[in-house]
Design a protein around this ligand. Structure first.
Ligand code: SF4
Length: 389
């Protein structure tokens, strides 16, 4: 550790609504002690460069594909949640990892990095609405209820990477695995080799799309678990007959694409290929030409010949960057309405500058830490994913 970093203090975490004020009754957020630079400050780019240069290899900046351009410009690596988790784990020498993504990703980075490393989320308001749709208490309650009808022993939990550390910990404690949108099929095959049923958390669409489209199950093999209703809104008989128990969660970005938008773009753009993320609804995925994870979407577009036309159903920042990077192809956003991920967009250049300058000043802002017991079980579920055949 350099002199620069000697004697670092932890910036106390606090809450606010939007921007810089504190409101203890609001949703999870962050107050930025000290001065948060205004978004219109023309010196921000220079300040980010200067602070990053001062930190040198003490800091490693990870940028999710859905982040703003102004943030991606300072990322040492870009990727989807899985790739970024791998990248965080592959940087044992960096004491500070600034995670430009959302809360669950920073938690995964903390679980996968060493004790001397600190993961910083520039704005604690950058959560994920999908991850928040499955609370630990609700999932524990679900498991108890499955036990009350004799189904816990034959059910294996499979949790999407887009879940809180607490849900990953639950998954590890009950012998399950984490999955991503790239390896969900393998995760389900593994789970069905261990048990008769899968409890899939928290994205019902990824679970259904994978089970029905890739494993050959029928829609009738799937039931949805609504955590607000007894037995998730199902009868004991329906649960006993089901193969997939899908948590009632969805992505507030990908869940917005509709079958109508697919029909509409086909009518508007001759020869268009519709490419969507598997977090989209079943009927959207069925109507599309191709389905793929964020990384797969990028690869498919990059490898396609000039002159091809694409309508892409994923987060708008990424679609816009793809369109700019490939002027020889026609790339349009699948939905007419704007569809940024509002929580991803909470990380902006002022927050990144603030985080970098706090580190330069010897303070660790917004450090994300996962409680050790949860981390232990979550790590087991993550390791199981990495060991999938
Ligand atoms: S795009 Fe969807 S899954 Fe990803 S962070 Fe935003 S709400 Fe969560």
């Amino acid at each position: 550790m350099t002199e620069l970093m000697a004697g670092v203090e932890h910036t106390p975490l606090a809450l606010l609504m939007l921007g810089r004020q504190s409101d203890g009754n609001s949703e999870r957020g962050v107050d930025c002690p000290g001065e948060l630079p205004p978004a219109s400050d023309p010196s921000l780019v220079e300040r980010a460069r200067t602070a990053k240069a001062a930190l040198g290899d003490q800091v490693f900046v990870l940028g999710h594909h859905y982040q703003r351009d102004e943030v991606i410009e300072f990322a040492d690596v870009t990727g989807d949640s899985f790739r970024l988790a791998q990248q965080a784990a592959a940087r044992p020498d960096a004491p500070y990892l600034i995670f430009c993504g959302v809360h669950f990703m920073a938690e995964s980075a903390d679980i996968l990095t060493g004790p001397g490393q600190h993961v910083v989320l520039p704005d604690l308001a950058a959560g994920c609405s999908m991850a928040d749709m499955a609370s630990f208490e609700q999932v524990e309650d679900c498991w108890e209820q499955l036990g009350s009808v004799g189904l816990d022993a034959v059910t294996v939990p499979v949790s999407y990477m887009n879940s809180s550390a607490a849900i990953k910990g639950f998954t590890g404690r009950h012998g399950g695995t984490i999955c991503t949108s790239s390896n969900a099929k393998r995760a389900l095959e593994w789970a069905f080799s261990k048990g008769e049923k899968v409890l899939f958390l928290p994205d019902q669409h990824l679970g259904r799309n994978t089970a029905v489209r890739e494993l050959g199950l029928s829609l009738d093999d799937c039931v949805v678990w609504n955590p607000r209703l007894p037995l998730g809104g199902n009868t004991a008989e329906a649960l006993a007959a089901a193969t997939m128990i899908l948590w009632k969660g969805h992505c507030s970005v990908h869940g917005r694409f509709t079958k109508e938008s697919v029909d509409d773009v086909r009518a508007r753009v001759p020869g268009v290929q519709v490419l969507v993320h598997p977090e989209c609804q079943y009927e959207v995925v069925e109507a599309a030409d191709l389905v793929g994870s964020t990384e797969r979407i990028i690869t498919l577009v990059e490898e396609s010949p000039a002159g091809t036309a694409w309508a892409i159903g994923t987060e708008l920042n990424l679609v816009r960057r793809l369109a700019e990077a490939h002027p020889d192809k026609s790339i349009v956003f699948l939905e007419k309405t704007v569809c940024f991920c509002s929580t991803m967009n909470r990380i902006d250049l002022p927050h990144l500058v603030w985080a970098l300058e706090e580190l330069v000043a010897g303070r660790i802002p917004n450090q994300i830490t996962v409680e050790p017991e949860t981390a232990l079980h979550a790590r087991r579920a993550l390791d199981q994913m990495l060991a999938l055949p």
